[in-house]
Design a protein around this ligand. Sequence first.
Ligand SMILES: [Cu+2]
Length: 132
Amino acid sequence: MIIVGMTVLVILLITGLVISSYPIEEKTDDAELSVKGDVVMPSKVSRPGCEEIDRCYIPSSIVIESGKEIIWINEDSAFHSVTSGFYDSPTNLFDSGHLDPFESYTLAFDEKGTFDYFCTLHPWMMGQVIVE
Ligand SMILES: [Cu+2]
């Protein structure tokens, strides 16, 4: 009886492991495909037009708590930057420099306020960080 019981237990364990492993593997695949970022610079924003649909940086405005950080990821095939202020009047608070395709930039915001930023290469690209 003990051997039969053990055999049933082993079969149940193996079945359970096989079944439970499928969703876990799928999740891992999804995570590998998508690059993690809070704000994305999508493809083709190196040409004007994205500003008309508010999609040069996605989202173009993001709200965070003070002390938290934001990760920007360049998912375009062109260089972009995350530079504080406006194209005509940079504020020199932060500047990512030129971000390569699929390069990311992480910055923590300690002070509350509204921080506008833009891309030094493409004046129509504008975004905003609101720290509460
Ligand atoms: Cu740009």
